[in-house]
Design a binder for this molecule. Structure first.
Ligand code: ATR
Length: 278
């Protein structure tokens, strides 16, 4: 019987997850289908019960349900509990188990362009996306992490909550802009610069370190103003398509045991967005 997979969220109509997962099922010769389900917060509990009742094999969870779904699951992987968000659920013999592939997906994508050991990293932002990325980056050997956020108390709280004072510090956005030459890697996790506010940038950029890597989790537009400026100053840049593909690939692996072709996933997303991946 065809296995069923999906994603729940709101809004969900423009999700590119069905495109890449259905293609990966086809590529791997699997008789399965992935569908996007629009679920409002007041229907989350019913939707999860429906997933159980219908025997859906696995599903992704996106905005605004990543935190709220946790108490509705049978168990949640420890790292996802620490992050406080689940984006992937697998149905194992009727038990729903939650995972978070966002942080790992980001880090795997970043490692395609930079070796992280001993690097000085700046994270811009301290919201939900930053939490998963900060938690996962902190597991890398010898890494030093600075976080700057418009609301400084949020980056301070994040460092305290994860007890990462030894390797991380909170700084202001102005300080980060002044000291930008110190960073090997700059990670942009806020929504600043996302469509339609494409002329916004979270940080005034005047220079970059030699061989610096700038990674922005935004993929619409395909190249944010921050990435465009960083590239013009000589940085290597990576847009959000890479993280998107890797978080999906890791979810696919959890469900099927197979790691799909991430380059193919990126190409599908890139073609759909009508631009070239950077
Ligand atoms: P997400 O789950 O996508 O990370 P979020 O939890 O709402 O969303 O976090 C959004 C992030 O973008 C935060 O770091 C937020 O900064 P604040 O904590 O100060 O709100 C940042 N952000 C959003 N709009 C911003 C803006 N106009 N200028 C600067 N930072 C902004």
């Amino acid at each position: 019987m065809k296995r069923l997979y999906g994603v729940i969220g709101s809004p969900i109509a423009h999700s590119m997850s069905p495109l890449i997962h259905n293609d990966a099922f086809l590529q791997n010769g699997m008789d399965a289908h992935y569908h996007a389900f629009h679920v409002e917060p007041d229907q989350l509990e019913t939707a999860v019960a429906g997933m159980r009742a219908l025997g859906v094999t696995g599903f992704n969870v996106t905005i605004p349900h990543k935190e709220a779904i946790i108490p509705l699951l049978d168990s949640v992987e420890d790292a996802s509990l620490q992050i406080g968000a689940v984006n992937t659920v697998v149905n194992k013999d009727g038990k729903l188990i939650g995972y978070n592939t966002d942080g790992r997906g980001f880090v795997e994508a970043l490692k395609e362009v930079v070796e992280l050991k001993g690097k000085q990293v700046l994270i811009i932002g301290a919201g939900g996306a930053a939490r998963a990325i900060f938690y996962t980056l902190a597991l890398e050997e010898g890494i030093q992490l600075d976080i700057c956020n418009r609301t400084v108390s949020k980056s301070e709280d994040l460092i305290k909550e994860f007890s990462l004072e030894r390797i991380a510090r909170s700084i202001t956005v102005d300080q980060a802009a002044k000291e930008i030459q110190n960073y090997d890697v700059v990670v942009q996790t806020t929504s600043v610069g996302m469509f339609p506010q494409i002329n916004d940038t979270p940080l005034q950029l005047v220079s970059v370190k030699n061989n610096a890597v700038f990674s922005d989790i935004i993929y619409n537009p395909i190249e944010t103003k921050l990435l465009r400026e960083a590239k013009a100053l000589g940085a290597v840049t990576q847009n959000g398509v890479h993280m998107f593909a890797y978080q999906a690939a890791l979810a696919f692996k959890i469900w099927t045991g197979k790691f799909p072709d991430t380059d193919r996933m990126k190409k599908i997303v890139e073609e759909h967005l009508g631009g070239k991946t950077c």
